[in-house]
Design a protein around this ligand. Structure first.
Ligand SMILES: Cc1cc2nc3c(=O)[nH]c(=O)nc-3n(C[C@H](O)[C@H](O)[C@H](O)COP(=O)(O)OP(=O)(O)OC[C@H]3O[C@@H](n4cnc5c(N)ncnc54)[C@H](O)[C@@H]3O)c2cc1C
Length: 450
């Protein structure tokens, strides 16, 4: 029987779901799947993006682990596509490749002053508090007043982690250096700014409601933002999420003024204009907007300014190009038709597929990567006639190649060792786990047999 030797690059949810779906798909050939991941640990943004105080979402890791634990997928961690393996290597060893490399960097926000010291990308901050090995261990948390730009779930994650008292994060898996950093933060006020109205936000009701439950943090919203236009009123009656969001705001607005030591302010109809400062961030200037009657907003010309000493832009993530693979610079994705990668002439690039955030752009929840993967796998299976014909399809050949190059790859057993090690570190302190952060330590623990 024919065998599909498949390489998947990126062991986030999209890559793991793709492997799972392929294994479960009815097909007339055998499969053998190798998953390449640049980090020594799998799970992508579920491990290094989802906030540590969201244990229910982090729990998706157990479902992903079950897929890996079927023993039908090999994982090669600590292997960077483009450096440790190339497209030519993959063509020699596999019939096809799926790229599921996600998106890790911040989208730009093009306003004056955005590069001042004290101005940060949300993705970098998230990587710090989630213990990503490739980011600095120290984070400057010296500001009393902070702005967060954006109205999606990532903006709320960043605002919540900044406003929350560090000890309330102790039961989670945050690394010790992150707890230390947050505990020393002098922050009193976190201001979240959105260009549009409270009924046009991108965050979900659950994330919003959670803000109102933070210990010793008052939620501040402003009456002027709640004079709903017809489009907002229509959204409340037609959309269940918006209905719940409106309910949450109504409850907050009815609350008496609090006396908490920290405040989290939500500002709507606020379009970023400038980050002001000479040597560092000193204030944030924005233009008041108003509803345009069609569900959008227009500027009013009224400029407002508030003092801040740090600003975080949470205006979206952006994908990164991969060696030898077409890339859409505008959207930050691999150009594709339902997962089949397209070349510059919009022709299918045989043997090359994409799934997850690098296929569709950095929007949507983990669950969405499953439907992505179904579409990509369907096309991969149907394309059997145009798969590559590898010269070294033997499963041992890729291992020999990595070893000949001195790549210190980690495998599934290695991940189990690291996982157990982290759980054991957390146990005496009553914590879920304590993440190992330095890459060398992760690799050492993974590769050291008991
Ligand atoms: C801050 C944040 C919070 C979120 N919170 C939630 C939430 O609470 N609930 C929810 O449902 N969704 C949440 N999401 C969305 C969720 O994380 C994504 O939908 C999902 O992770 C996308 O999956 P992916 O596999 O496409 O990408 P990723 O999860 O990014 O995985 C891509 C993998 O590819 C690897 N990779 C990249 N380049 C290479 C290379 N050259 N070689 C080898 N490997 C490579 C990366 O290291 C990574 O492991 C959140 C996202 C962010 C950014």
């Amino acid at each position: 029987m024919t065998k599909l030797r498949l390489a998947i690059v990126g062991a986030g949810p999209a890559g793991i779901y793709a492997a799972d779906i392929l294994l479960k798909t009815e097909r007339g050939f055998d499969v053998s799947i190798d998953l390449f991941e640049q980090l020594p640990a799998p799970y992508g943004l579920v491990r290094y993006g989802v906030a540590p105080d969201h244990p229910r979402i982090k729990g998706i890791i157990s479902a992903l682990r079950d897929v890996l634990d079927t023993g039908r997928i090999r994982i090669f961690g600590n292997v960077l596509y483009g450096r440790d393996v190339t497209l030519d290597d993959l063509k020699k060893h596999y019939n096809a490749v799926i790229f599921s490399t996600g998106a890790v960097r911040d989208a730009d926000l093009d306003i004056p002053g955005i590069d001042l010291p004290g101005s940060y990308g949300a993705a970098d901050f998230v990587s710090w508090y989630d213990g990503h090995p490739d980011y600095p261990r120290e984070w400057p948390l010296k500001a009393k007043e902070v702005a967060v730009i954006g109205n999606g779930n990532v903006a709320l994650d960043v605002a919540r982690i900044l406003a929350k008292h560090a000890d309330d994060l102790l039961p989670t898996e945050i690394p010790a250096n992150v707890h230390e950093g947050l505990a020393a933060s002098p922050v009193t006020d976190v201001h979240v700014f959105g260009r549009r109205g409270p009924m046009q936000v991108k965050f979900t009701p659950l994330e919003l409601r959670e803000l109102g439950e933070l210990c010793d943090v008052d939620m501040i919203v402003h009456d002027e933002d709640f004079d709903y236009d017809e489009a907002s009123k229509a959204a409340i009656t037609s959309n269940k999420q918006v209905f719940v969001i409106d309910k949450v705001f109504t409850q907050w607005r009815a609350r008496p003024a609090g006396e908490a030591s920290r405040r989290l302010h939500l500002h709507f109809y606020a379009k970023p204009v400038e980050v002001v400062g000479s040597d560092a961030v000193e204030s944030f200037r924005y233009e008041r907007t108003e509803p345009d009657g069609e569900g959008g907003v227009r500027g009013t010309g009224e400029i407002r300014e508030i003092p801040i000493q740090a600003i975080y832009r949470a205006v979206g993530y952006f994908g990164s190009p991969l060696d030898g693979i077409p890339f859409d610079e505008k959207r930050g994705v691999i150009p594709n038709r339902e997962g089949q990668v397209l070349d510059d002439n919009d022709e299918q690039l045989h043997g090359v597929y994409a799934t997850g955030w690098i296929k569709r752009g950095p929007v949507g929840l983990i669950g969405h990567t499953k439907s992505d993967a179904m579409e990509t796998i369907k096309n991969l299976v149907n394309d059997q006639a145009s798969w590559w014909a590898p010269s070294h399809p033997d499963e041992s050949a890729i291992v020999e190649l990595l070893e000949s190059r001195g790549v210190e790859y980690t495998d599934l057993d290695g991940w189990h060792r690291l996982d157990q090690h982290e759980l054991a570190l957390g146990e005496p302190e009553g914590r879920v786990r304590i993440k190992v952060v330095p890459r060398d330590d992760m690799v050492r623990v993974s590769r050291t047999e008991d």
